[in-house]
Ligand binder design. Sequence first.
Ligand SMILES: Cc1cc2nc3c(=O)[nH]c(=O)nc-3n(C[C@H](O)[C@H](O)[C@H](O)COP(=O)(O)OP(=O)(O)OC[C@H]3O[C@@H](n4cnc5c(N)ncnc54)[C@H](O)[C@@H]3O)c2cc1C
Length: 262
Amino acid sequence: MIEAKPFALGVRIEHPQSIIDQLQYRCEIRDPFLPPASYSLVEQINGRGVFSFCMCPGGIIAPASTRQGALVVNGWSPSKRNNPFANSGMVVGIDEKDFKDPHPLAGLKYQYAVEKKAFEAGGGKFVAPAQRMTDFLMNKQSSSLPACSYIPGLQSVSLSEVLPKIVNDALVLGLKHFGQKLQGKFGRPGYLTHEAVLVATESRTSSPVRVPRHQDELTHPQITNLYPCAEGAGYAGGIVSAAMDGMRIAEKIYAKLHPFGH
Ligand SMILES: Cc1cc2nc3c(=O)[nH]c(=O)nc-3n(C[C@H](O)[C@H](O)[C@H](O)COP(=O)(O)OP(=O)(O)OC[C@H]3O[C@@H](n4cnc5c(N)ncnc54)[C@H](O)[C@@H]3O)c2cc1C
């Protein structure tokens, strides 16, 4: 038995790191003793969360597809965080009502449909569909794209043709809010800038399915000795929460195997 659960879907946004440094540190050039700046943004748009996720200062946008013909992007930072770009997931909350399908795997189907569209829009070979941020807000295909860390390359498209309408519309409004929050000073670019690029699609913030488990025993309600655990089972999102869930499960199994202690 498994069940559908809410997740989030959207894009990766990449800026030159220098713009994020200027916005966050309020200086023209970051002091060498300061780390590359990061950000965390969140807004409710008509009852739907729009939020930054896995912000990677001095980072790289990487292909993270799990099957042929479907495009997923993710981000990471090298330990020195010394790449000239700052990228972040920017995603919109999706729940069971949006899937319009009661099947437990409806979220996965929804996710795959968008990833497939993104792959096709990029033209294959994991080239990613992309649009400058200012053009995305005007629903206008970009005539050129800025330099980007994504190695397979970018294809200029109208992302409104790739993303579900609810995601696209919430992102447009969310980005306008974030542009207000992080405005450039003294003629410098703000968060909302022609120099930023949106790359599709960021669809793996967390699992769209949950394998149920008993609240105290942490075992599956129907399958003896099965311990659904961490991200794929729907109990974590990220390294730390996955590790902590794994520790809880390990402790339960140990206690079961050693009912009288050592
Ligand atoms: C590029 C990238 C960057 C990321 N950056 C961050 C970050 O900065 N911070 C953060 O918190 N999170 C980050 N994440 C997310 C993080 O990696 C995951 O949240 C975390 O690894 C989930 O841990 P997990 O143990 O649930 O699953 P996993 O780490 O995916 O472990 C599942 C394991 O199960 C194995 N497996 C799968 N199927 C089978 C099978 N049939 N039989 C046997 N073994 C199997 C897999 O090989 C794998 O080793 C990033 C992910 C990616 C892809």
